[in-house]
Structures are given as C-alpha cells and as structure tokens.
Write a protein that binds this ligand. Structure first.
Ligand code: M5T
Ligand code: MG
Length: 519
C-alpha cells in the first residue's frame, strides 16, 4: 500500500507538471499570436488612426492587456474546469446519501455563486477603469520622455511631475477600488462556507438527535460541504481573473474589429505613368474645417513643379492626400488617368517617392536607415548616398554605413538627417513622381549648398513636385503653384508671377528675397 501511495504521488506530480506546462504553452502561444495579430493590424491602419491614438495606449494594449488574458490560462479557467467537475461529483454523491441535506448544501452553493457573480460583475467594471488608467499612465510617460528637451528647457519638470501625480493617483484609485471589491469578496465567500457548515450542524444535528441520521453521515456531509464550497469559492476567484481578462479582451478586440484602412477595395495594382491631376479637390482633417479648397492643377510627365505658400497654407496636406495617408472628401485626384482611390496604396507609395519635412530616423545602422530593411545591395545603398552627396558625412561617422544611429536620429544634425532621407528616396528609385517637402529649418550656407545640389540630383530626369522653402529651389522649377489658405491662387513661372504683383510677389518680398544673398 505504501508503495502504491508513493507511486500515486509520483504520477500525480508528473500529471501536475504536464498540466501546468500544457497551460503555459497554450497561454504563451496565444499571447504570441495575439501580439502578432495586434501589431499586424496596426500596420494596416491608416495614418489618421495614429493621429488620434496615444502611443502609450497602444503599448499598454499589446503588453498589459495581452498579459491579462494570459492569466486566464496560467492561473484560471483550465483549472476552473476541474473545479466544476469535482463539484458535480460531490453533489451527485451527497444527493445519493441524503437528499434533504444535499439540497441544503446545494442551495448554499447557489447563493455563493450568485454573490460571486454579482461582485465579479462589479470587478469587471472596475478592471475596465483600471486598464484605461494604465493606458493613460503609459501614454503620459511616453510623451514626457519624447518631450524631455522641451520640458527641461521651459523648466516644466515640476509641473509635469504634478500632472503625473494626477494620472498616477487616478490609477491608484482605480486599483484600490478593484482591491476593495476583492477584499469584500474573499471574506464573504469564507463566511458563506462557514454558514453552510453551521446550517448542516443545526439541521443535521437535529436529525442525529432524533436518530434520523448517523453521526458518521453528518461528519461526512460537513467534510464534503467544505470540499464543495472550496471549488465554488475557487471558481468565483477564477471568475474575477476572468473578468479582468474580459475587460482586456474588450479593449483588444475593439481595436482588431476596426476595419483596416488598406482593405478598401483598390482595384488597380499597376499604375501607368502619366499626368497627375488634382480636380476640384476638397479636403479636411476633421468635419468641415477645409484645409484644401477646390484645388485643381496638373503636372505633366517630366515637369518640375514648385508649390509655395505661407505656413499652414496646406502644402504638406497636399502630399498626404496624394499618397493616400488621408482620403479627400470632394473632387478627384488622378494618376495616369486613374482615380487614386482605385489604386493600391502600396503601389502608390512604391512608385511615388516622398521626402518629408521632418524625416524620421530609426534606431539602426546608416545603411538600414537608407534601405529600411528592403533587400538591396550595399552597393545600391552606397550609390544612392553618393548620388545625393550624403556619402561624405557618412564616411566621417565611425563605422560609416554600419554606424548605429540613435532613436529619432538624435546624434546627427538636421541637415544630415535630410541628406539621409534624400538617399533613402533615391535608393527606392521612384519612377513616376518624386515629391519633396523641403525642410523649413535653416542650415548653414555650406550645408545649404550641399542639400541644394543633392536635391537637384534627386529630381534630375524625374517628374517632381517640390514644396519649396528656398528661393534657389523655386528658381529651378518649370512652374510655380501658389497655395493660399488651401486654394490655388496663382500659377506660372517665377518672372510671370512676380509681374502679377499678387500673393507670390508678396511672399517673395517677405520670405525669399533676403535669401538671395545666400550662396
Ligand atoms: C495645413 C491643419 C493645420 C493647418 C492646415 C498635419 C495637420 C494639419 N492640420 C490639421 O488640422 N491636422 C493635421 O494633422 O491643416 O497644414 P499643412 O498642410 O501641414 O501646412 P503647410 O505644409 O502648408 O505649412 P508649413 O508650415 O509646412 O509651410 O492649418 O492646422
Ligand atoms: Mg508643411
């Protein structure tokens, strides 16, 4: 018997290990898939989605919320199934022995379950609150870290600490609320368990005195009632974990259920080169706050067009709608005669090269920042850099193309970042159109000269639209389009426009003339 006991223990241990390991594997697998699914879905969301979502929210979604779901596996639901099975067995067993006492135990078990359900429902509400507060904390931290230079520059560190105190307090309060519910929950369950034993003693004791029941049966009942209330209590406990997971799952699936922006039925996947035309285009980021109003113009193949206009005129927005970061509300944009709404976004972005005002630099080598992981030979990367005169500064970096740049390119200058983004655009060889949003930041005359030469190389032989902030750029353009408060007000060559004495000549006087002296 002793040997058998020992064997049972060994088997029990092994089975327990297998069970835990299995639930771990399932849980990890699930988290892995869920994180991948969330990340993949983000990548398919349009730029507009990210405009309105805080980074911290997304971080807490993919970390904390996914973890909360895993809790169901590691400590919860699967083991909970065992509880249900053993509870059913015990109830059947008790019913066979003495149905009236069994009904009493069963009744108490139902009371416990109802109480547990009521409290855990409150818990889910509390968890929703906690989860969203945690998202706010993460969002706050992300912003405070990204904006650290501005914060320190304006001595805002103390104020920001106070603001953090507020979000932190909210999170604490939300957590405390959850914890309070939990503190009520466990003692209540224990008390109901004790009450069950008490009732059994009361009724069962009476039966024993009147010889309707043996003392042995009563002892058995009290012990089994305990065995029944323990799984019920555990189950209720698991329910609490489950509620947390449900609150998180709600957040995750709210995101996954959002239609991805790239799934909007583009029909044409190969773009024919040709004229680019804006035809009575109206666009607003929100509601009726028009940023582009009735914009119409054409760019013929091979043409170099410069767009000028005051700050906030809508120049950058023009690019955003062209590459379908946002869709326009009225009018049509055509590329090679085809409405761009029918064109595949990926194809548009492959064929149109864009350099933004504020180029983004990723953590990684210089080479990686040019190729962005696209398979291209290092020759092509270096040729691209050389073509736009970025190679001289790159060669001066320790390790050259293998030099690892920091997050957001904090260790190279603004001008160098621009040269790098030119090299990037060059390496991707856009064949239809090149769009360039010139940086507004001024650089020293020497860098200015290099950037200017680099830009000329970039647009050579290409159809191009350049949002110009420099006079020298404008002078090289075939045609100038003047944008004013979202409207095209003038088009023509530099001299034609100057002669008109309109918006352009005013802009020229104010913004460009004094730059004439620059080499
Ligand atoms: C044009 C508004 C902005 C401005 C107008 C990016 C962005 C802009 N706007 C929004 O409402 N939401 C947004 O997400 O649109 O902005 P722009 O096209 O960026 O102007 P620009 O490129 O001509 O200016 P600049 O300074 O780069 O020369 O009113 O409020
Ligand atoms: Mg702009």
């Amino acid at each position: 018997m002793a040997l058998l006991w020992f064997l049972v223990l060994v088997v029990n241990g092994l089975a327990r290990y297998a069970q835990l390991q299995l639930t771990n594997v399932i849980g990890q697998r699930l988290m892995f898939n869920l994180r991948n699914a969330i990340f993949a879905h983000w990548q398919r969301m349009g730029v507009a989605f990210f405009d309105r979502t805080a980074v911290g929210e997304l971080v807490s979604l993919i970390s904390n919320d996914v973890d909360a779901i895993n809790q169901v596996f590691t400590g919860g639901l699967i083991l909970g199934v065992g509880n249900v099975v053993s509870a059913v067995f015990i109830i059947v067993f008790l019913l066979l022995i003495n149905w009236s006492l069994a009904l009493l135990v069963l009744g108490m078990a139902v009371v416990m379950l109802v109480a547990a359900t009521l409290i855990t429902r409150q818990m889910r509400q509390a968890q929703r609150w906690t989860r969203s507060r945690l998202g706010s904390i993460n969002g706050f931290i992300q912003e405070a870290v990204s904006g650290v230079t501005t914060i320190q520059l304006f001595n805002a560190d103390r104020r920001i600490r106070d603001d953090f105190d507020v979000v932190n307090q909210e999170y604490s309060r939300a957590n405390l609320h959850s914890a309070t519910l939990f503190s009520i929950f466990l003692p209540l369950m224990n008390w109901l368990g004790a009450a069950t034993a008490g009732l059994l003693l009361w009724f069962g004791g009476g039966h024993v005195i009147h010889h309707l029941l043996t003392l042995g049966t009563l002892v058995l009942f009290i012990q089994f009632a305990e065995r029944l209330t323990t799984p019920v209590r555990d189950l209720a406990d698991k329910l609490a974990i489950f509620q947390t997971a449900v609150a998180s799952a709600e957040r995750i699936f709210a995101l996954l259920d959002r239609a991805a922006t790239d799934a909007d039925g583009a029909t044409t996947s190969v773009i024919q080169p040709g004229v680019l035309s804006f035809d009575h285009v109206w666009f607003a980021y929100q509601g009726e706050d028009w940023v582009l109003r009735d914009v119409s113009f054409e760019v013929a193949p091979g043409e170099k067009v410069a767009i000028v206009g005051a700050t906030g005129a809508g120049k950058s927005s023009l690019i955003s709608v062209l590459i379908r970061f946002y869709d326009i509300q009225k009018g049509t944009i055509r590329l090679g005669g085809e409405d761009i709404r029918a064109l595949d976004r990926r194809e548009i972005r492959r064929r149109i090269g864009v350099v933004f005002q504020d180029p983004f630099i990723f953590t990684g080598t210089v080479g990686h920042n040019i190729s962005l992981g696209e398979s291209m030979t290092s020759d092509r990367v270096e040729q691209a850099a050389a073509a736009v005169y970025a190679d001289s500064f790159i060669r001066r970096l320790r390790g050259g193309y293998d030099y690892v740049l920091h997050e957001r390119g904090s260790d190279i200058s603004t001008g160098q970042k621009q040269l790098l983004s030119f090299a990037r655009a060059f390496a991707f060889e856009p064949d239809i159109l090149l769009v360039l949003d010139e940086a507004t930041a001024s650089v020293d005359p020497e860098t200015e000269r290099i950037i200017q030469a680099s830009l000329l190389k970039l647009v050579a032989g290409r159809t191009s639209i350049i949002i110009a902030h420099r006079l020298s750029t404008i002078e090289h353009a075939d045609r100038i389009i003047v944008l004013h408060k979202g409207q095209v007000v003038e088009t023509g060559t530099h001299s034609e426009l100057l002669a008109r004495q309109g918006v352009y000549s005013r802009l020229y006087e104010l913004q460009y003339k004094d730059r004439l002296a620059a080499p």
